[in-house]
Write a protein that binds this ligand. Structure first.
Ligand code: AMP
Length: 582
């Protein structure tokens, strides 16, 4: 059974599989090697994923979803064509499309995948990704980090060479950096750092701000300040799409133009934009963001206890590393030209496919490639401390330290702080820096605290509670707390988390998503008849029009009810009627 590798990106996704021991990209049903991570569903239930959806975005912003990866692991809802979705459901739609494409390409059913996530994804973001896979009908037993996947794709062919590699991964919505050591067939991640809310989209947004400001300076008009909410939304969508085009052009040209004819009507006159921006102006606009990525690079180097000169190869992945300024800054920092022979759009999916091969046994991890990754965060609990005789809550106590190799289990022992204390309650936190002694409420990763009741009533400090954290190879956390005097244990999978669906919700979503695809495929089958009928209706007489209209209404109603038998019935009747009339 083939386990496919999926790079589920913020802007683009890719799929690959292992063929004769080598990872190979799977083309989607349009023959493309990557698929825009864009989902669209119209009021007729017709689904589009990928290029068609992306192209349709400026015209149908309310029916289109971009960048859903940024919402993974949150409870935020996405409204598409008037319906509410969870981020996992939108991702599941994208994954369903990729699964279908892979099945078509391989000619067999695909039920399991290795999906990649930014190294810096939290526990709930990872779980949300896994659940999205399940909703799409894919078993996802392995989640791997994107830079690690890229290093695997790169390292596969040079396993025997001992070297340090730095992977700089700037995608559409996330930035990751990993320092990796390759030695005797082992690929060991030494450290990871990043920012899961920084990417090429932020460059686009800065360009939009630049354009709006320039227009305001030159014409005294704020392009987002007039018109209906829908008009503004559409205008924003068009400007954003154009900003991305301009940005991409500036990767190869010294200047580029925003070309937006009839973007708005203001004071009864049409507004068209034809404005030039030079590459150096663009670089000035994005410079701060570009620089901020190097703070993370420094952090990763420091954690790996290495300096720039210890790095033998720098690999650039993620579409945004095509920006010349990024390449220049990386080159300057390391004093060497980054590797250009790795396709930044494909490396992650290829590495995921190799990991799929290791999992399915197609690649022997002992003889071939062994991958060791790290936990990018420090994980711990909040504790009460005795400060100058006063008990103060809110201190962070680390249990698993940042950049520990995974899987890992670590424990700490805590004592009661009050006489006759019969319960201990602790929140679970992740910290990206080890500096602060206090917990940051925003970094609490458990909705429910660890609650250990039933502690024997003794004087303060006598009873001991051991708290054990396990971080598995997929980056998932489980916790065990033991009252040492009684041996009583509390086990906790962090499953009751904000932004993570329950099993019940996943099952319901799977049903919903598969129904929506059935409906879309059904619509696809009858789309031609509907289009023809609507055309014929325009030229028909009243009597004919009434007949067509009745069948069309019935057909559309059956479609919305997903009633296959009735759809077929009305489709046949309508086809017969059209043949009769034409
Ligand atoms: P990824 O998530 O790795 O697919 O990266 C997608 C991001 O790369 C998007 O923000 C794209 O706009 C950006 N991108 C793709 N091609 C280019 C290019 N030629 N120049 C600049 N940015 C690009």
């Amino acid at each position: 059974m083939t386990i496919i590798g999926i790079d589920l990106g913020t802007t683009n996704s890719g799929i690959a599989y292992l063929k004769d021991g080598k990872p190979v990209i799977i083309e989607n049903d349009r023959g493309e090697r990557t698929t825009p991570s864009v989902f669209q569903i119209n009021h007729r239930g017709e689904i589009q994923v990928g290029t068609v959806a992306k192209q349709g975005y400026p015209s149908y912003p309310k029916e289109t979803v971009l960048e859903v990866k940024r919402l993974m692991g949150t409870d935020e809802k996405v409204v598409v064509a008037g319906n509410q979705y969870r981020p996992e459901e939108i991702s599941a739609h994208i994954l369903s499309y990729l699964k279908k494409s892979a099945e078509k390409f391989l000619g067999t059913s695909v039920t399991e995948a290795v999906i990649t996530v930014p190294a810096y994804f939290s526990d709930s973001q990872r779980k949300a990704t896994q659940k999205a896979g399940e909703i799409a009908g894919l078993r996802v037993e392995r989640i791997i980090n994107e830079p690690t996947a890229a290093a695997i794709a790169f390292g596969m062919n040079q396993l025997e060479k001992d070297q340090h590699i730095l992977v700089y991964d700037l995608g559409g919505g996330t930035f990751d950096v990993s320092v990796v050591e390759l030695f005797s067939g082992v690929l060991e991640v030494k450290s990871s750092a990043g920012d899961n809310r920084l990417g090429g989209m932020d460059f686009d947004n800065l360009l939009v701000d630049w354009l709006i400001q320039r227009y305001k300076d030159e014409h005294g008009v704020d392009l987002f300040s007039f018109g209906t909410a829908d008009e503004i939304l559409q205008r924003k969508a068009r400007i954003k799409a154009e900003a991305e085009n301009v940005k991409k052009s500036l990767s190869t040209q010294n200047s580029a133009k925003f070309n937006l004819p009839f973007i708005a009507i203001h004071n009864n006159g049409p507004i068209s934009i034809d404005m030039e921006i030079t590459r150096s102006e663009f670089e000035r606009v994005i410079r701060k963001l570009a620089d901020s990525t190097f703070e993370q690079v420094d952090k990763a180097l420091k954690d790996a206890k290495l300096t720039e000169s210890d790095i033998n190869e720098v690999i650039l992945i993620g579409g945004s590393t095509r920006v010349p300024l990024i390449q220049e800054l990386v080159e300057k920092k390391f004093g060497k030209v980054p590797r250009k022979d790795i396709n930044p759009d494909e490396a992650v999916a290829l590495g995921a496919a190799v990991q799929g091969g290791i999992k399915s046994g197609q690649i022997d991890s002992l003889k071939g490639l062994m991958v060791i990754d790290v936990c990018p965060y420090t994980l711990g609990v909040d504790v009460v401390k005795n400060v100058g005789g006063q008990l103060l809550p809110g201190f962070f106590d680390p249990i698993i330290k940042r950049n520990s190799p995974v899987p890992i289990t670590e424990s700490q022992i805590y004592t009661t702080i009050k006489d006759n204390q019969d319960e201990v309650v602790m929140g679970v936190y992740q910290q990206s820096n080890n500096e602060s002694p206090y917990v940051n409420p925003e970094l609490k990763i458990s909705k429910e605290d660890i609650r250990v009741p039933g502690i024997p009533l003794r004087p303060a400090g006598i009873e001991k509670i051991e708290v054990k954290f396990t971080y598995d190879i997929n980056g998932k956390v489980s916790i065990e707390a033991t009252v040492l005097s009684t041996g009583k244990k509390i086990n906790k999978e962090l499953d009751l988390q904000t932004g993570v669906m329950s099993e019940y919700e996943v099952a319901a979503a799977r049903e919903k998503i598969s129904q929506e695809w059935n409906q879309s495929e059904l619509y696809d089958e009858v789309k031609n008849v509907i289009n023809r009928a609507e055309k014929v209706m325009d030229e028909a007489n009243d009597q004919e029009r009434a007949k067509i209209e009745m069948l069309l209404t019935n057909l559309k109603k059956s479609l919305s009810e997903n009633n296959v038998a009735n759809v077929k019935k009305y489709e046949d009747e309508l086809t017969d009627l059209l043949i009769e009339l034409v």
